[in-house]
Design a binder for this molecule. Structure first.
Ligand SMILES: *Cc1c(COP(=O)(O)O)cnc(C)c1O
Length: 356
């Protein structure tokens, strides 16, 4: 069996959820598990989600997959429904929906549902991606409140820059949301909001990335916030060779040995979700010791410089991110964010669940 594997630690997920609880003790938690649980496999995380009062996903398909896997709590479709036919299923399955557009209000008004839905009126307080403009909110809130398909109206908004050191835009979003003189439970905070904006915790927090042990705040890793990585992406060394100075390694000879070099080859590549743009120097853990990636990332393999680790041998465990090597560091090296790395792990990587 090819050794590329992702270990998913359910105890780490439970620990991170408890950490959110400690940080936002007066709020209930919508655990955000969209995009297949940020690439961890939403279904396999279900037993670890039990302490969350609600789950948050991007669409009906993701919610139904969670129900199939045994998730019992209400599930929030954070972009609402995409077509009217989905509303009846939402009602039958105990789903709650965001309403971010007048057209979705109209769909509810003409729907005949087996039972009414809790809806979250999503307000565009400044991100300008999704949500109704604040001046329209009052009229839409009134229509929803009067609609027989609606069991209750809550309010939500989403931050554009809660992770950035400059507080201005988040302060403006907070003020805009606070100025809405409308009844209903409220939710604003993503992970960055949970960590950096306690005044935004409100009735419900909506953490995503921090549940997976990753920090949303630039320049910090999850451990600094008391979080534990849920995914560890690992493989093994499958080849070793010694090359003289001046020899080039891998596709396009993109890296040339400045000294006689021991090259290790590990069975992981962009076909597994390791970022192709990770440059030479990106840290890799071989048998617990950091060594630099060298040369281009291939589809199935990477090469590392083992010259300073003469003990390294065939079959040694290699960690790409997770336990002992935060995904945040790999993301920074590769010019991306850890969210993208976690979501990008592909189906051919074997998965092992621990802490069940
Ligand atoms: C993805 C998402 C979240 C979670 O964001 P994180 O940065 O992962 O914590 C919260 N709310 C909404 C609406 C989202 O789309």
């Amino acid at each position: 069996m090819r050794p590329a594997s992702a270990t998913i630690d359910l105890d780490a997920f439970r620990h991170n959820l408890a950490r959110v609880r400690a940080l936002a003790p007066r709020s209930r938690i919508v655990a955000v598990v969209k995009a297949n649980g940020y690439g961890h496999g939403a279904a396999r995380l279900v037993p670890a989600m039990a302490a969350a009062e609600m789950l948050g996903v991007a669409c009906l398909e993701e919610a139904l997959a969670l129900r199939d896997a045994g998730a019992q709590q209400p599930i929030l479709l954070m972009e609402g429904t995409f077509e009217p036919a989905e509303l009846a299923t939402c009602a039958a399955e105990g789903l709650e929906i965001a309403v971010h557009h007048a057209e979705q209000v109209r769909m509810l008004e003409v729907a005949r549902l087996p039972r009414p839905l809790v809806v979250w009126l999503k307000i565009d307080t400044g991100m300008h991606r999704l949500g109704v403009a604040p001046p329209e909110a009052r009229a839409l809130h009134a229509r929803l409140s009067a609609c027989r398909s609606v069991a209750g109206v809550r309010l939500m908004t989403h931050f554009a820059s809660a992770d950035l050191p400059d507080p201005q835009s988040t302060e403006a979003q907070l003020a805009c949301f606070a100025a809405l003189d409308l009844p209903g439970e409220r939710s604003l905070a993503n992970s960055a909001g949970v960590l950096a904006w306690p005044q935004a915790h409100a009735d419900w927090v909506r953490p995503g990335i921090m549940l997976y042990g990753v920090s949303p705040l630039p320049g910090t890793s999850g451990a600094a916030h008391g979080l534990r990585p849920v995914m560890t992406l690992a493989t093994r060394l499958i080849a070793l060779r010694d090359i003289p100075a001046g020899e080039a390694v891998g596709y396009a000879g993109a890296w040339t040995a400045p000294r006689p070099t021991r090259v290790g080859t590990a069975a992981i590549g962009y076909g597994d979700g390791y970022p192709r743009h990770a440059p030479s120097g990106t840290p890799v853990l071989v048998d617990g010791h950091e060594v630099p990636l060298i040369g281009r990332v291939s589809m199935d393999m990477i090469t590392v410089d083992l010259t300073d680790r003469p003990e390294a041998k065939l079959g040694d465990p290699v960690i790409l991110w997770g336990d002992g090597l935060p995904a945040e560091r790999i993301a920074a090296a590769a010019g991306t964010i850890a969210y993208e790395l976690l979501c990008g792990v592909t189906g051919r990587v074997h998965t092992r669940v621990v802490g069940a």
